[in-house]
Design a protein around this ligand. Sequence first.
Ligand code: SF4
Ligand code: SF4
Length: 163
Amino acid sequence: METQPQVPAVSLPLGVRVKSAWTRFMIALYIPAIIAGMAKTMQWMLRPKATLQYPEERHVPRKGYRGEHRLKKDEEGRPKCVACFMCATACPAECITIVAGEAPWPDRDKYPVKFEIDLLKCIYCGMCEEACPCDAIELTQTFTQVATSRAEKVYDKERLLRN
Ligand code: SF4
Ligand code: SF4
């Protein structure tokens, strides 16, 4: 009696073995892989988009995001900072430079003649904000400021008061 020639099975991932000549032909043409790829593409097309059309659309950071620093002002427009050095002492990156001077106002002894933060050294930990006894410094949600030189990222007092 004549016997059919044995068709060798094809092994697929996950231990699947395919013997059918038609299925093997389809696999050879990548048809199942193309269908699986198209299905995945359709699946992602129907999901909400995670990308934004910048600059028309802007990302809004979550509450509590730690971006660039701001020196706060009091009701009279003066810096609230009293140059106590607590923030500079607490700063683990040692990126705050303060020079204290005698305050021209009677309600405090000192004020910052110079107040600089090197934002390229800063690790945005928020320790300066935590350490300040006068609520004079805070980290804002600003994260989009760009610069063309390292010097531009060293913010002085006026820049920090504007932030
Ligand atoms: S956020 Fe942290 S690293 Fe940056 S200036 Fe404040 S204390 Fe220093
Ligand atoms: S801790 Fe506050 S008040 Fe003291 S130097 Fe820093 S910003 Fe000024």
